[in-house]
Design a protein around this ligand. Structure first.
Ligand SMILES: Nc1ncnc2c1ncn2[C@@H]1O[C@H](COP(=O)(O)OP(=O)(O)OP(=O)(O)O)[C@@H](O)[C@H]1O
Ligand SMILES: [Mg+2]
Length: 308
């Protein structure tokens, strides 16, 4: 039995669950974790997420917070500093469904409903933050307008080196941030998943579950919807999420269009793609596709700024 399998058996026993009957490795989807899917003797299913290179405390406080607020997330069943055991979320990854063009309206609505429940956990405008390693929520007062200007300024040298055609557009984007200032400053912030890659959204016919809660934040919900839109665009080229999503979610936040542009620049210049140069062959094409898609998206910046 491999080391990781014995951790699985131990965590299942510690959680008071029946023994493991069958184990399958889930590979090729996540960048960071080795994932084992297990069926227990009573038919229940669990998932072990293992990341030996980055030990961290078991995120119990976050899991309790999500459960108390009825967020559509799998229950945490146990863990060590390098492995966590979760309830299995049945269904398919939204990424696969979008890629293959087979997301039903009911499924989009379910995804919208999951995000509506998450973003219903609101905080006063101007408060933003993240969870600390030991599970405390750390919030700061910050001006979203100043933050966006600063992030854009920080991105400029990377853009000059990698996508110089975008640089002449940056003054217009700074002006757009100012034009959105009232909307940005008056928006209550909300709990956000912050890694809304559609491989982290598992859907059945009528239900969506958000998995992979590695770095939740408190931020403008428009920023999270923009990130989801960007990811879906990178998969199938659709400019916006479909109306069925908003049937479940409620109205598209007023700041979404602006965050879409600043978010794409932020991601493109974040350093993720340098880090992903060394990815295994099974995952590299996905990162390359995002990189090329973002560059293509940003090459349309003049037109996109016009539409704001
Ligand atoms: N609780 C769960 N229920 C169902 N499937 C899961 C669960 N946890 C993980 N998976 C499957 O394993 C894949 C990778 O898991 P996860 O997103 O947790 O890993 P990761 O390495 O952190 O991913 P990322 O690339 O987003 O960093 C998911 O896309 C999903 O297909
Ligand atoms: Mg993931």
């Amino acid at each position: 039995m491999s080391g990781i399998e014995s951790v699985l058996h131990q965590l299942v026993a510690d959680a008071g669950l029946p023994p493991v009957a069958e184990i399958t490795a889930l590979t090729g989807h996540g960048f960071d974790h080795e994932i084992l899917h297990a069926i227990l003797a009573d038919g229940r299913e669990v998932v072990l997420r293992h990341r030996p290179d980055a030990p961290r405390p078991v995120p119990r406080a976050l899991a309790r917070f999500l459960a108390d607020h009825e967020v559509a997330a799998p229950a945490l069943l146990g863990g060590t500093d390098t492995a966590t055991l979760y309830e299995y979320a049945p269904g398919e990854m939204l990424s696969a469904l979008v890629d293959e063009g087979r997301v039903s309206d009911e499924q989009w609505q379910a995804v919208g409903t999951a995000f509506r429940g998450l973003h219903a956990i609101r905080f006063p405008a101007g408060l933003a933050g993240s969870f600390t390693r030991d599970g405390r929520l750390s919030l700061q007062l910050s001006d979203p307008v100043a933050t966006l200007h600063e992030e854009l300024t920080r991105s400029a040298p990377v853009l000059a080196a990698t996508l110089p055609g975008v640089v002449p557009q940056l003054p217009r984007l700074h002006a757009a941030i100012d034009a959105y200032a009232d909307r940005l400053r008056s928006t209550p912030t909300a709990l956000a998943h912050f890694d809304v890659n559609p491989a982290n959204i598992i859907v059945t016919a009528d239900r969506a579950t958000l998995i992979d809660w590695g770095e939740p934040r408190v931020l403008d919900p428009g920023q999270e919807i923009a990130a989801l839109e960007e990811h879906v665009y990178l998969l199938d080229g659709s400019p916006m999420l479909p109306p069925a999503f908003y049937t479940g979610y409620g109205p598209r936040p007023a700041t979404t269009a602006l965050h879409r542009l600043t978010g794409a620049i932020g991601w493109y210049t974040s350093g993720d793609f340098d880090e992903w140069e060394a990815l295994p062959a099974a995952l590299k094409p996905k990162a390359d596709r995002w990189n090329r898609g973002l560059a293509a998206y940003l090459s349309k910046l003049p037109e996109l700024l016009h539409q704001l």
